[in-house]
Design a protein around this ligand. Structure first.
Ligand SMILES: *[C@@H]1O[C@H](CO)[C@@H](O)[C@H](O)[C@H]1NC(C)=O
Ligand SMILES: *[C@@H]1O[C@H](CO)[C@@H](O)[C@H](O)[C@H]1NC(C)=O
Ligand SMILES: *[C@@H]1O[C@H](CO)[C@@H](O)[C@H](O)[C@H]1NC(C)=O
Ligand SMILES: *[C@@H]1O[C@H](CO)[C@@H](O)[C@H](O)[C@H]1NC(C)=O
Ligand SMILES: *[C@@H]1O[C@H](CO)[C@@H](O)[C@H](O)[C@H]1NC(C)=O
Ligand SMILES: *[C@@H]1O[C@H](CO)[C@@H](O)[C@H](O)[C@H]1NC(C)=O
Length: 653
């Protein structure tokens, strides 16, 4: 009830703010409030430039510094964009900083997608509506802990491509993409009457080994051609000499990134060495950090983050908080890092940010807001309350069948016959799973190791013989598993792409079996390879049957290994919820056809998956479908909770 009242009040206030914005007089007041245009009112043509003499940005002729927060529209369902932006506005932010992931918008060469949750223009319209400025980061490489740092996997169709360099194969694809994206941006630039004040070129290029200045010069040129000479173009790099050396370029304004544990004075001194004058900017002030499967949940104290923010603001610098809301790696979109071993990032991108994964304000947000209020006026009125979260309780699932028995559903056309394994890229499959099968060449009566070459499996392979599950091979971790079987039985190797590396020298990250598999001493040959589209049929409603009518061939009931389960549930009211899978091992979950991501409670630290309300229905049965890759619990039951668990204990597996 209290929540509802607050929400009402707050909606009223919101509509008042919008009216203000429309009125010319109001515009000046709002500008005063929002952007700190303390010296001049908006007059003449809008402009956003750099004053190198006074070391500040000039917004419509007056010195201006921004306080901004990062938000990734591609990690939050579009129905929630406005809610999150409003909360950022209410915190007192002048601006949001946002990446554009190329692979999200060009999934196949020259096939563009700007619909629904990918409607960039609708998102940018909302930022205008809410009176926020925008700092745009269109890449083409973005890192972002996003698959391949935002580069489309199809770039790897050309095996020898040199990503993020002036390799013509790469540049042609980049130019083609930017010729679609940048014209959408041009009318939205501040100098053209829009709200985009600056545009970043590439991202942390100084951290990339190639250090190819002609690539950066090429990008600068392309950005200028499409966006004109009046927009501030900038770079962002880590705060070390070497990063600033390769990341910065004449003609691009340089900024740095660092977190609360770093020394701000020192970081800005380094920036001053490459750029003696101009405003100081931290483009990524870290409010938290990402999580890897199998590692401790990252968190940073609110007090530390807000104190560091205050230090930065005291220097007069502009700052963007990365992240303000992290969101979720739905589907297969998570990236991975490579630090000695391959380290995939969790489904949740909560980031311990000021707004949670589900968009709710935290103590960290309140601490940040109170620091901001020492430097500028923050919007008054009640802060938007958290959205309702629901406990829906237990849902039982039925076993639908083993993946290998459902190939006619998930694989179109004939499988690919090959003597030695081929990759996902050879099959032109970007994400998900590929099945490799071969018949055992001889009887294997005693446990015999099936082994992969070093780093030969990208990234996890689930091994069965004759429908009996034997275990997994895992990139950089597990290179053999013992099997037994009879000559002629199928050896099934289901390979999961766990997300492409998004940072560093290893972003050319092919998927699948990259080398031969050996059984005992013998290299296995004569593979049948199935490219799998699991999401298509599930999005179309598979398995269509009602719960109690799931049919299984009794002969196949004892099969283990990658297996589908499905169940339905009814709810009275629709709200956000969190899915817990007690005693399940690892897999992928779809609700009403929407892929909510990977689960892996056996490894942690993420225990629950965020289920946004917009994919649920209160008028129809909701269907949940799970692909469990290893072992489901006997009771095959899941539970919907009203709060997330992201810091679960690890089994150490
Ligand atoms: C964005 O706003 C403009 C101006 O109001 C409008 O013409 C356009 O249709 C909007 N685009 C989307 C995708 O909402
Ligand atoms: C931060 O760096 C500055 C300049 O390098 C130095 O003078 C100062 O002592 C440092 N502060 C801390 C707390 O290390
Ligand atoms: C595989 O089997 C061999 C015996 O054939 C045994 O020595 C070895 O420990 C087994 N390896 C695993 C990982 O179980
Ligand atoms: C697989 O084994 C065959 C036969 O030894 C060899 O010609 C081929 O190069 C191997 N493939 C890889 C990727 O190592
Ligand atoms: C399945 O397993 C059960 C118990 O282990 C066994 O009794 C039954 O014969 C098996 N069925 C088939 C078809 O293999
Ligand atoms: C996880 O976080 C919750 C909420 O902050 C806390 O109560 C709990 O003790 C934490 N659990 C672990 C294992 O750290």
């Amino acid at each position: 009830m209290e929540q509802r009242r607050q929400r009402k009040e707050y909606e009223l206030m919101e509509s008042r703010a919008r009216e203000l914005q429309r009125a010319p007089m109001g515009a000046a007041i709002l500008c005063l409030l929002l952007a700190g245009c303390l010296f001049e009112q908006v007059r003449g043509d809008p402009s956003f430039t750099i004053d190198y003499a006074r070391d500040c940005f000039l917004k419509d002729g007056a010195c201006f510094r921004y306080i901004s927060g990062s938000f990734h529209y591609f990690r939050v369902p579009s129905v929630y964009w406005k809610d999150r932006l409003l909360k950022m506005y209410m915190t007192g932010l002048d601006a949001i900083q946002v990446y554009v992931p190329w692979n999200f918008h060009e999934p196949q060469p020259r096939m563009f997608n700007f619909d629904g949750d990918r409607d960039l223009e609708r998102f940018l319209n909302l930022t205008v509506e809410l009176g926020l400025l925008v700092i745009l980061r269109p890449g083409p490489y973005i890192c972002a802990e996003w698959d391949m740092g935002g580069l489309p996997a199809w770039l790897l169709n050309k095996k020898a491509i040199a990503l993020r360099t002036s390799d013509p194969h790469y540049l042609n694809a980049v130019d083609s993409w930017l010729s679609v994206l940048l014209p959408k941006i041009k009318p939205r630039l501040y100098c053209n009457g829009g709200n985009i004040i600056s545009v970043q070129v590439e991202n942390e290029y100084g951290s990339f080994h190639a250090c190819d200045y002609s690539y950066m010069r090429h990008l600068l040129n392309i950005f200028r051609i499409y966006l004109g000479d009046d927009v501030v173009l900038f770079t962002t790099d880590g705060n070390t000499n070497v990063e600033l050396k390769c990341g910065t370029l004449q003609g691009l304004f340089a900024t740095v990134d660092f977190g609360p544990v770093d020394n701000a004075t020192k970081a800005f001194e380094l920036l001053r060495r490459v750029q003696p004058r101009g405003p100081l900017v931290n483009s990524e002030y870290y409010t938290g950090w990402l999580d890897y499967w199998g590692e401790k949940h990252a968190s940073s104290p609110a007090e530390q983050v807000s104190r560091g923010l205050q230090d930065i603001l005291n220097t007069g610098a502009s700052v963007n908080m990365y992240m303000f809301e992290g969101g979720t790696n739905f589907g297969y979109w998570n990236g991975a890092d490579f630090k000695n071993i391959y380290k995939p990032i969790t489904t949740s991108y909560d980031y311990d940010a000021p707004l949670t994964e589900a968009g709710d304000p935290t103590d960290k947000l309140l601490a940040i807001r109170s620091v901001i209020s020492k430097f500028k006026s923050v919007p008054e009125g009640p802060f938007p309350p958290p959205t309702p979260k629901y406990y829906y309780g237990l849902v039982s699932l039925n076993k639908v069948g083993a993946l290998v028995d459902l190939l006619d559903i998930f694989s179109e056309g004939d499988p690919y016959g090959t003597q030695y394994p081929i990759t996902f890229e050879d099959l032109k499959q970007a994400f998900g799973f590929v099945l490799y099968r071969t018949r055992l060449p001889s009887d294997i009566p005693f446990p015999t190791p099936l082994s992969s070459q070093v780093s030969g499996v990208h990234d996890r392979a689930y091994i069965s013989v004759g429908g009996r599950f034997y275990g997994v091979l895992e990139r950089d971790r597990i290179s053999n598993v013992n099997v037994t079987g009879s000559a002629g039985e199928w050896l099934d190797v289901l390979v999961e792409n766990m997300g492409r590396i998004n940072f560093g020298a290893d972003i050319t990250d092919f998927k699948g079996l990259l080398g031969n598999l050996t059984l005992g001493e013998d290299i296995l040959r004569d593979w049948v390879v199935y490219s799998l589209d699991i999401d298509g049929p599930i999005a179309a409603g598979w398995p269509y049957v009602p719960d109690n009518h799931i049919w299984m061939n009794p002969q196949l009931q004892n099969r283990t290994g990658p297996t589908f389960y499905s169940g339905t549930f009814q709810i009275g009211a629709v709200g956000d919820t969190f899915l817990k899978l007690p005693k399940w091992t690892k897999g992928q979950v779809w609700i009403n056809g929407f892929n909510i991501g990977r689960y892996w409670p056996a490894r942690g630290p993420q225990i629950t998956l965020y289920v946004p309300s917009n994919i649920l229905s209160s008028s129809q049965l909701n269907r949940i479908t799970i692909l469990e890759l290893e072992h489901a619990p006997d009771w095959s039951t899941v539970i919907f909770l009203d709060r997330p668990i992201l810091n679960g204990t690890l089994s150490g597996r």
